[in-house]
Ligand binder design. Structure first.
Ligand code: FES
Length: 121
């Protein structure tokens, strides 16, 4: 793949291979009202940027998901590689997840409802 390839440029822009975590936040409208999902997504984007967690230095990828197939008690968020699934990801709860998990490295026990890292077999 050459550097002129649009896929190579997109991969480089995301610093693929240099990230430590990937967060997926649901903005589907079945686990929470759409307005709440959008408020949480905007908050997550803003705070990841403010905290310097994006890009090669920050090491966090973010993805806006349409549905994570839980569809209750959202907004739902999933953090890999730990495979930590969070419920009720309001801005206040996202702030805790950002500071305690993404910065501090400790999943937030009272907001997590499943711990399911991907199998490696
Ligand atoms: S709509 Fe959010 S998990 Fe399905």
């Amino acid at each position: 793949m050459s550097d002129c390839d649009p896929l190579a440029r997109a991969a480089a822009k995301l610093s693929l291979g240099n990230n430590r975590r990937h967060v997926f936040l649901c903005v589907g409208d079945k686990c929470a009202p759409r307005a709440e999902q959008e408020e949480s997504w905007a908050y997550l984007k803003r705070r990841l940027k403010e905290l310097g967690l994006l890009g090669a230095e920050g090491g966090v990828l973010r993805t806006r998901a349409d549905c994570l197939r839980i569809c209750t008690q959202g907004p739902i968020m999933l953090v890999y590689p730990e495979g930590t699934w969070y419920h009720h990801c309001t801005p206040a709860n996202l702030e805790r997840i950002l500071m305690e998990h993404l910065v501090g490295g400790r999943p937030v026990g009272d907001l997590a409802f499943a711990r399911a890292p991907l199998r490696d077999d």
